[in-house]
Structures are given as C-alpha cells and as structure tokens.
Write a protein that binds this ligand. Structure first.
Ligand SMILES: C[S@@+](CC[C@H](N)C(=O)[O-])C[C@H]1O[C@@H](n2cnc3c(N)ncnc32)[C@H](O)[C@@H]1O
Length: 248
C-alpha cells in the first residue's frame, strides 16, 4: 500500500511564500491548517494528488482566489461540496465516482460553463450559467431569443478546444445526429461532464404523440434511434436517471 504524503502547514506556508519551491500535486492528504494557509494564496492550486479532503479543509480552500484542481478526489461530503460550490475560480473534480443529491445541488451552484449541443431555438438552456450553444440549422438559430453565443456547427465536430467547458448538454438531440458516437465523443473532449436528455426508443410506440397522432413517424424514428444502452456505452461511468414527464 502506498504511503500517505501529507501537506503540512509548514509546507503550505513555504508554497505561499514561493510557489515554485513546492509541487502541490505530490500530496495525497492535507492538514486543515495547511488548507487555511493556502487560502491566502492567489492563483491556481494544483492539488490533483489529494484523495481525501476534510470539511474544514474544503471550506478553507474554497476561500482562496483562483482555480482549484482536485481531480484525485473520488468522494466529497455534503458539507465539503457546499463549501466548494461557493469557490470563485474554476473547479476541477473529474475523479468523483459518487455524489449525493445534496452535494450535486451544492456543486451545481458553482459558476460553470456549458456547451448546449443541438440547441435548437435555445429552449431549456440554463440562464444562470455561461452557455455557448451549438446548432447546425440556421432556421433554428434565427428563432433564438437568448443572448448566449451560438455556433453554427454539428455535434460531430465541435469547434472548441479540449476541455473548454465544465459541462456539455444535449436535450432531445442525439437521435438527430448523423453519427451519435462521434458526437458523444466530442462532448467528452470539450467538457468534463456530459448530460444527455433523451427518450427510450423501446417505449416510443406507447407515446401519445406517436400512438394517437403520428403513427407514421414510428418507422422513421426507429431507423435513426439510439438506445439508452448505446449512449451509456459511449459515456463510460454514466448513470441513467428516469425523468417523469407529468401529463395534465
Ligand atoms: C428536437 S430538436 C431539440 C432542440 C433543443 N435541444 C430543445 O430541446 O429544444 C433537435 C435539434 O438537434 C439539431 N441537430 C440535428 N443534427 C445535429 C447534429 N449533427 N449536431 C447537433 N445538432 C443537431 C437539430 O437541428 C435540432 O435543432
């Protein structure tokens, strides 16, 4: 078993005095007092090696001015997530494997950038985030009312550098894409997290719209449908959540 390498208050103070003298990425744990010292540092804190973080340390780190890289953490308590959700710089938490609903809600308050792929006219685009929309249809773009930036492009070739966004979303769009696998790979390239809202093609025949009004579209829709399983296969580690759509 590898030994814990603890970032102590003394080392943190040395880093604050001269950031080139210490490589923060080496440390797997951090003392609360060290986090308190680092809160005075201005600039990015590369703490990618940390595998645990106390609530007190999270609170201190969230107060520092700059980006916070904590990609080695696999879990986060609700209290730690609440603190980190308030930090002002970019937040990297790529390694999380589980998160409670409360923690996810807290982190969602952290200002993040979002790429809305297949944005259409911009319905369902968040208005409390910095969003860049991607839409290939000029007719759809012309009907947008949002002031968010929009790029005329396809999911299969997103015009952004790697890791440009915190999250990429696609709402009722994946089944339209010529190559959904390529589009989902692009979403992973440009963003740390992906959210795909779609439907289960196996249940489409039961949908009131198809069953009562447009039974003819079933054949067309089934031919281009991508199953939930196929989407999950393209997004390793993805979890599926069923969203209820109330019928009034
Ligand atoms: C059903 S609309 C959904 C629009 C919007 N996301 C919403 O929920 O209101 C599907 C959208 O996907 C877009 N689309 C089609 N092919 C695409 C592709 N290859 N890449 C990205 N978007 C695409 C369409 O132009 C259309 O605007």
């Amino acid at each position: 078993m590898s030994e814990e390498n603890v970032l102590t208050k003394e080392i943190a103070e040395q880093f604050v005095a001269d950031e080139d003298s210490v490589d923060l990425e080496e440390f797997t744990a951090i003392e609360d007092a060290a986090a308190e010292s680092l809160s005075k540092h201005e600039g990015t804190l590369y703490l990618e090696g940390l595998t645990s973080l106390s609530d007190a340390a999270a609170e201190s780190l969230s107060k520092h001015k700059g980006d916070l890289c904590l990609g080695g953490l696999t879990r986060l308590s609700d209290a730690a997530a609440e603190s980190l959700g308030k930090c002002t710089g970019d937040l990297t938490l790529d390694g999380l494997t589980s998160l409670s609903d409360v923690a996810a809600e807290s982190l969602s308050k952290h200002e993040g950038t979002v790429c809305n792929v297949g944005a259409g006219t911009g319905s369902y685009e968040p208005d409390d985030r910095e969003v860049v929309a991607v839409e290939p249809s000029q007719a759809m773009i012309e009907q947008r009312t949002s002031k968010n930036r929009v790029e005329c492009a396809t999911a299969e070739s997103l015009p952004f550098p790697d890791g440009a966004f915190d999250a990429a979303m696609a709402i009722m769009s994946v089944h339209h894409w010529e190559n959904p696998q390529a589009g989902l790979a692009e979403m992973q390239r440009v963003a740390a997290r992906q959210i795909v809202f779609t439907f289960d093609p196996n249940r489409q025949a039961d949908l009131w719209l198809v069953r009562d009004y447009l039974p003819e579209i079933l054949e067309l829709e089934q031919a281009r449908a991508i199953s939930i399983e196929q989407i999950v296969e393209c997004l390793p580690g993805a979890h599926v959540e069923t969203v209820s759509v109330p019928w009034y």
